[in-house]
Design a protein around this ligand. Structure first.
Ligand code: ZN
Length: 85
């Protein structure tokens, strides 16, 4: 059941590397972007994009490689962002 949810989610996910990219995609799709996991960075990302961080999902969707767009720290965590309103 969990795997099915993961697959249907994956189909709608758009990989992003910058907050500008998230901003342009998040009205239509779920965006995936590297995030160091720090709460302060998360809040800055949400404010910049105007969308919410749904979290770092379990499994492969939550794993990747990149730099947190706020503090520029290397991270293997991928956060999911979507419009929550
Ligand atoms: Zn950060």
């Amino acid at each position: 059941m969990f795997e099915r949810a993961e697959i249907s989610m994956r189909e709608r996910i758009f990989d992003c590397t910058t907050l500008e990219e998230v901003k342009s995609k998040v009205s239509e799709e779920i965006a995936r972007i590297p995030w160091c996991g720090e709460r302060e960075c998360g809040l800055a990302m949400e404010e910049e994009v105007g969308a919410g961080i749904l979290g770092i999902p379990e499994g492969n969707i939550g794993k990747g490689a990149g730099k947190c767009p706020v503090c520029n720290k290397e991270t293997g965590n991928m956060a999911i962002m979507a419009q929550t309103y």
